[in-house]
Design a protein around this ligand. Sequence first.
Ligand SMILES: NC(=O)c1ccc[n+]([C@@H]2O[C@H](COP(=O)([O-])OP(=O)(O)OC[C@H]3O[C@@H](n4cnc5c(N)ncnc54)[C@H](OP(=O)(O)O)[C@@H]3O)[C@@H](O)[C@H]2O)c1
Length: 414
Amino acid sequence: MPAVHRDPPGQPGPERLRGLRRLGQRPQQLGPDCRVRRRPGHRRAVRAVRAGHHLDRRGRLQHVRARPGRAAPLPADRRTGRDDRGGDRGPHGPGTGTGPRGLTKAPPARRARLTPGVSNRGRGSAVRIAVTGASGTVGGQVLDLLARRPEHEVVALVRPATRWAAPPGVVVAPADYADPASLRAALGGVDTLVFVSSDGHAATVMLHHVNVVRAVTDAGVGHVVALSGLDVDVESPFCYAVTNGHTEELLAASGCAVSVARASVYTEFFLRLVTGARTGSELRLPAGDGRVSLVSRADVGRCLAALALAGPTSGHHDLTGPEALDGPAIAAAVSSAQGGQAVRYVEVDPADYAAALARAGETSWWAHAYGTMLESIRHQRWRAVSDEVERLTGAPPLSVDDVLARKALSRPAG
Ligand SMILES: NC(=O)c1ccc[n+]([C@@H]2O[C@H](COP(=O)([O-])OP(=O)(O)OC[C@H]3O[C@@H](n4cnc5c(N)ncnc54)[C@H](OP(=O)(O)O)[C@@H]3O)[C@@H](O)[C@H]2O)c1
């Protein structure tokens, strides 16, 4: 049944228009009788997915979640020694611009154009799970984990120009966050979307996220697993707390079933950031006595995959490491990462930190992003520690020392 508009046929009234805007829809999407045009079975699919089931293209029940709010355990990739694809490569990394650098990308993958409602893998009844940011570190890990589950059809949303090789069996759907039509096409027939947040200037990120949420609604995706942050307060000084907070609001208003993964600061990213702030034996940061519950990208990826394989939890999950570290503890970690050379935490003024970043050639945007993140750490917005990683994946989260040990192991000898 399509969503019913009770007004008499004709142009939608102001209230209806407001309602449509809240849902991210435009008046042109109304039929002549002022009813929202949906693909057949949309309502039923949304109801079933909310209840923890999946429907195939003919509306048959395909999958029932084991227990409400509890995701199926995944293979702990720490057992296989798999790392998170070489550590920090994101634009948040020190000295990087937009897009990953320092990464040798694999040759171009085979591209497949997706037809809504049609399986490109010949699995007409499989649950189709799509992943955005699939060529990135976190998205790539999620994709690898999902691709090991033959019962699902896995779709990688990748920017058209990105040179990247998909894992075997994965369908590649070209899509750019900045291109709503490409997102809509890529999400056709998708049951569950793992929405890895965009990166870059906050205004651009917000625009990208609006596009993704609109495409999710238009395509009738049943369940979104959204990557967000531990700090989602739109009043926070941190620029991405604001974008993540507003994105969660958009998703909540979309009518789609949502499971939100609120990740703490990534261990790999933070260690690189603070290592850049080292001067001789001093780690000079404007972090006050703030604590941060650093979480590894590998754990974030495993949690996102676990949430995608479970039914919607309609809640949020705080993904943190095992403990919250303060400046001296972080200095000790940097010290051990650098062969045990003594490193001491020194609290500096935010303006001095910004000036040091500028001298090191950082762009004004990234200097702002790092400065506001450290301010939110100073405000103790990242100190919460949870047991969600273990609850979702069945394995405890990696500590900073674990991450450093894995990095040392993955470094070539000699
Ligand atoms: N909590 C933290 O500490 C922290 C730190 C850094 C980042 N983050 C957030 O976590 C996300 C995932 O982190 P990550 O380390 O996996 O980042 P990453 O390795 O840089 O991956 C980012 C992914 O986003 C894709 N992307 C960028 N712009 C796009 C666009 N316009 N359209 C479609 N795809 C686009 C990239 O595609 P290409 O390969 O084509 O560039 C890449 O696949 C980041 O995007 C950011 O939102 C959080």
